[in-house]
Design a protein around this ligand. Structure first.
Ligand code: BJW
Ligand code: ZN
Length: 260
């Protein structure tokens, strides 16, 4: 359900959230597809959430790939092609600025996105929970290779062993990349301010980080165009587009007194 908050209500909420971010010893941020929506990257569950009539749960699984690898590769190749044309938006740039402002060791960006737009905007300490669209992985020998955004065959094969390649992303029923999940949990548990942006907060274990943050005593701030299951865990909800809300938020953090 959509409960937009009137713009005049946003200012005091932005102020409170900015105070928490400014005074936090450590900040962790969890992002989802919504931060890239204003760049022209489709989200998974908005607008019916379908790709050529398929639900994400029907193309982003190991069994879908076994059943019809060409269909799954069409989905990923279409998204790789789209990425060639997209650029980070003010929401991505604001998070990169927040990291620079807080300084090294105080900021971790945990993303479920596979589009690399946070890195393109200048974010440095990024944990990619669900892999990335640029690399491929061999289903035979396991070799991972960066293929950038160049075109790939409909059924691309490994140069080493000839077996079928797959996207280097995390599908349903698969474990998150070794080390990355542990690092995300540690950064979350160590945070005293936790910002969750542009995610429907329904995919686990990623969504569980919000509970972890709460349990660790962090102030939880949600930024989204609508309410989600994370909203009831959030101390403050900033309901608006991330490309508009995040720059306003970070401007307030930077404009306040310098961090102690
Ligand atoms: C805006 C905006 C604007 C729009 N500004 N906001 C309970 C506990 C644990 C696990 C499970 C569980 N129940 C079921 C599971 C299993 C499953 C799961 O969570 N299923 C649920 C759907 C029910 N999880 C898994 O299978 C995970 N693996 C796992 O559990 O492994 C266990 C295991 C252990 C050991 C051995 C073996 C197994 C893996 C999950 C992988 C998810 N993969 C995908 C695809 C990645 C590759 C690809 O990109 O194709 O990840 S699915 C898809 O969903 C993608 C996303 O990262 C992820 C989250 O979506 P996200 O980012 O939140 O996007 P949307 O579209 O849902 O939401 C967009 C939001 O933006 C909305 O809220 C909008 O309002 C907002 N928005 N415009 C701000 N301008
Ligand atoms: Zn191989």
């Amino acid at each position: 359900m959509h409960h937009p908050i009137e713009p005049e209500d946003l200012a005091p909420l932005l102020g409170r959230a900015a105070d928490w971010l400014r005074h936090a010893r450590r900040v962790a941020v969890l992002t989802g597809a919504g931060v890239s929506a204003e760049s022209g990257v489709s989200t998974f569950r908005d607008n019916g959430g379908l790709w050529e009539k398929h639900r994400v749960e029907d193309v982003a699984t190991p069994s879908a790939f076994r059943r019809d690898p060409a269909l799954v590769w069409r989905f990923y190749n279409a998204r790789r092609a789209n990425l060639r044309a997209v650029k980070p938006n003010p929401g991505h740039f604001a998070l990169a600025e927040l990291e620079r402002h807080l300084g090294p060791g105080r900021f971790t960006l945990i993303t479920q996105n596979v589009d690399r737009l946070h890195q393109a905007a200048g974010s440095r300490n990024v944990l990619e929970l669900h892999g990335d669209l640029l690399r491929v992985r061999c289903t035979g020998c396991g070799r991972v290779e960066d293929r950038g955004l160049g075109p790939l065959d409909d059924l691309p094969c490994c140069a080493e062993c000839g077996e079928l390649l797959r996207p280097n992303v995390v599908w349903f029923e698969e474990p998150l990349p070794p080390g990355v999940w542990e690092a995300a949990e540690a950064a979350t548990a160590a945070s005293d301010a936790f910002l969750v942006v542009g995610t429907s907060a329904v995919v686990y274990p990623a969504a569980g980080l919000i509970d972890t943050a709460r349990a660790a005593g962090a102030r939880v701030i949600e930024a989204n165009v609508e309410r989600t299951p994370a909203s009831q865990l959030a101390h403050v909800g900033l309901y608006g587009r991330s490309g508009e809300v995040l720059p306003q938020l970070v401007r307030r953090v930077v404009a306040g007194e310098p961090p102690a």
